[in-house]
Write a protein that binds this ligand. Sequence first.
Ligand code: AMP
Ligand code: GLY
Length: 425
Amino acid sequence: MNILLLGSGGREHALAAKIKQSAKADKLFIAPGNAGTSREGVNVNIAATDFASLRAFALANDIAMIVVGPEDPLVKGIYDFFANDPALQHIAVIGPSRLGAQMEGSKDFAKAFMMRHNIPTARYKSVTAETMGEGLAFLDTLRAPYVLKADGLAAGKGVLIIDNPEEAKRELGVMLAGKFGDAGKTVVIEEFLDGIECSVFALTDGNSYKILPVAKDYKRIGEGDTGLNTGGMGAVSPVRFAGKSFMEKVESRIVRPTVEGLKAEGIGYKGFLFFGLINVGGEPFVIEYNCRMGDPETEVVMLRIREDLVGLLEGVATGRLNELALTEDPRAAATVMLVSGGYPEAYEKGKRIEGLTSGIPPGTVIFHAGAEASGDEVITSGGRVLAVSSYGSDIKDALEQSYRVIDGLHFDKMYYRRDIGFDLQ
Ligand code: AMP
Ligand code: GLY
């Protein structure tokens, strides 16, 4: 079948590489893609949210399946757009309905869902400008630090963690007055949970689900998890503390009730579900849901799925996921993100990347994130540039291999964290 993959980051390159391995995939197109995805299929210059152009392209190219990488098209309703158009109904869109995507698109929606289904998460209160007084009173019931979240999508910047109660109250007012625009018209105030985070992914056809290899990402720019938040500086899989007994709790208390809750409420969901979890003294809590795969987690998770991904996605589309197996590669995987100097603040683009063509060893694959072709060269085009991903006997071994490969790569002002996985070894 012909497949159209949406997105342009390292996640999409990793998905494209895995899709390309499938005997079921005929032509693979990526819209808009990047320098890496152009090696796995054909890049198409259409934005992932330009539904009208995607419609025309899908019909003209006999597309049977659309795999959605980022959240934007999902929150904007690409699933419903295809499902509601008689000319497009034969095309399987892998991703939730617009309502299902609210699990990520609205933190208030996600929290209320978890309350209805008794899914463990931090205590919270949602407030608007009209109910700000209740928010101030709720803050008085909490201990520092205080967690304030803009309800809607805010490009990863909508979460504030504040130590001082007066400052938290002041900041609540600033958020409700429009600091994050419409995304912050409702603010979710949460109890702070103290623990270590991990990322659990499930693939669901709306009835059954498969849990993917568990990963941990490293979001801060600085070593030792310091400094500003980024899109993700590296990831590892498996995660030592997320062993059998923890994952049994995750499945019975979180994954199963989520899939069953979506079904019971008639919320269409055929795609990836991302559980951002925190382990508090051995007990899992949900920090957030996302309606897509994580980036850079995908760059390690795809390496550790043994099965044909297209076969699994077909199972999602046809509602026969329960008939399929999903097994983990016993090897560990790690990815280290090379970023542009200055990221996540201002940085320069257009830097020539050297070392990409010289002898990348087996067991390593370099996924392109913010990189584009320029003649015969590859140049930087984003903050996160390359995800250097390796297998190893354990995560330490996988990381050592990635760092060895990184020694042979270079671009002006290249930066990366040398301590990915530091808390797990
Ligand atoms: P989110 O966008 O909801 O994932 O939040 C961003 C980050 O803030 C998370 O990855 C956590 O590190 C942190 N965070 C969010 N909510 C809480 C919470 N209730 N307790 C502790 N940390 C949190
Ligand atoms: N790595 C976290 C995310 O993709 O949101």
